[in-house]
Design a binder for this molecule. Structure first.
Ligand code: PLP
Length: 399
């Protein structure tokens, strides 16, 4: 390991991330512009409302909207935006939350959007004191169901754009907005991990929420963007339930710097570099016994592809999940994207690599696959045992 690597000083494993932008792995590589802005502001005093005014201008420009601010996370943004829709600018109501007595407090969400990004989306809604009203079924939702769920108590509707959600049979965002707006219900879009900063608000949605620390390469934070009145009501929650979700000056300034860098980012050049990594791994894997790799586009149309790697245990002498675990061990641990590994495949995401790591990844793939081929038996841990081992490790923390 590189002696300059701070992970060495803390006894942390020098993982290589081909999983994607994961909170559990430290999110993303923060862009140099944000790193230096964070370091420069940390020793200075600033007037926070003025920093947030500056953030508002930059967010408005990049998102093609009226206003915005930075909070602790996208998850915090969900809670605060729902709170803002319930209280408006009523400071007394803001201080009373999560007691919603006298307020509209029902929040609609499609059943197929009630997913977990590491915590349940609907808990982020309930944290404000709001009541969650699921609409439709897990894999189907129609406009009449949404319309029929709106009552005089409806405060807002939350729409989730993510690979985690059900990807078919649900109401598209523009129709969702049209139904809600016809009944005077504001729409809050959770677009935490999406590259498109303008498209969701362009449907007429009132607020869009993004994570600073995902594709933008900012420090940990959440971006709230949208129409001035609701953004202001959301911002005012900082003197209520938002206090425990506060972000510091470094998170605000770092997010502004990351947004400004995003405007100048060489999107085509970065895509080309990522495509090069995928081609290298594809060439490395194809033709190996029991391994089939193919390049697949992102399910929510972000401008990125991933390599989908199928492993046939009989021929490769190892299961997809045992290969994932083997890659994650040793002195150069590689973490793949294994959310669906029970189906016999994992993904490799090229977005969070430092140049040069792609060849380490290719070498480790070859090493582990050749080792497995030499094994007389198929390396096959039971999935249940693997799952239980992870759950037990979690319950043993910090030991
Ligand atoms: C990551 C994610 C979140 C949470 O974002 P944080 O900023 O990490 O709190 C919320 N919703 C979706 C769809 C996500 O992917």
């Amino acid at each position: 390991m590189d002696q300059q690597d701070i992970r060495h000083d803390f006894g942390l494993r020098p993982i290589i991330n081909v999983s994607g932008t994961m909170t559990s792995l430290g999110a993303s590589i923060v862009v140099p512009e944000a790193v230096s802005a964070v370091a420069a502001v940390l020793p200075q005093f600033v007037e926070i409302d003025d920093v947030q005014k500056k953030a508002s201008q930059v967010i408005a420009r990049l998102c093609g909207t009226e206003a915005g601010f930075v909070t602790a996370s996208c998850s915090a943004g969900i809670t605060l935006a729902v709170a803002g829709a319930m209280t408006g600018s009523n400071l007394a109501a803001i201080e009373r939350l999560p007691d919603t007595t006298g307020l509209k407090d029902e929040v609609l969400i499609l059943s197929g959007h009630m997913v977990s990004y590491g915590a349940p989306v609907e808990q982020g809604i309930r944290l404000s004191g709001a009541k969650v009203v699921p609409v439709g079924q897990a894999t189907s939702a129609r406009a009449y169901q949404l319309d029929g769920a709106i009552t005089e108590k409806t405060a807002a509707a939350v729409y989730v754009v993510s690979h985690h959600t059900v990807q078919y049979g649900l109401i598209p965002l523009d129709e969702f907005v049209a139904v809600c707006h016809a009944r005077g219900v504001p729409v809050i879009v959770d677009a935490a991990s999406e590259y498109d900063l303008k498209g969701f608000l362009a449907t007429g949605a009132d607020i869009a929420l993004y994570s600073s620390h995902k594709f933008l390469g900012g420090p940990t934070g959440g971006i709230v963007a949208g129409k001035t009145e609701l953004v202001r009501a959301t911002y005012l929650q900082n003197s209520g339930i938002g206090r425990g979700m506060k972000i510091g000056k470094e998170g605000m300034i770092g997010t502004i710097a990351a947004l400004e860098a995003w405007e100048k980012r060489d999107h085509a050049g970065i895509r080309e570099r990522e495509t090069g990594y995928l081609k290298l791994w594809h060439e490395t894997l194809n033709g190996r016994p029991g391994v089939t790799a193919l390049i697949e586009p992102d399910p929510t149309n972000n401008p990125l592809d991933r390599l989908k790697v199928f492993v046939s245990p009989q021929e490769a002498h190892i299961t997809a999940w045992d290969l994932a675990d083997a890659l994650a061990s040793g002195p150069s641990p590689i973490i793949v994207r294994d959310h669906e590994v029970e189906h016999g495949f994992f993904y490799m995401d090229p977005c969070n690599l430092h140049p040069g790591q792609e060849t380490i990844v290719a070498r480790r793939l070859v090493e582990e696959l050749e080792k497995a081929r030499q094994s007389n038996e198929v390396i096959a841990t039971s999935l249940e045992r693997r799952r239980n081992r992870r759950a037990e490790a979690q319950m043993r923390w910090p030991n």
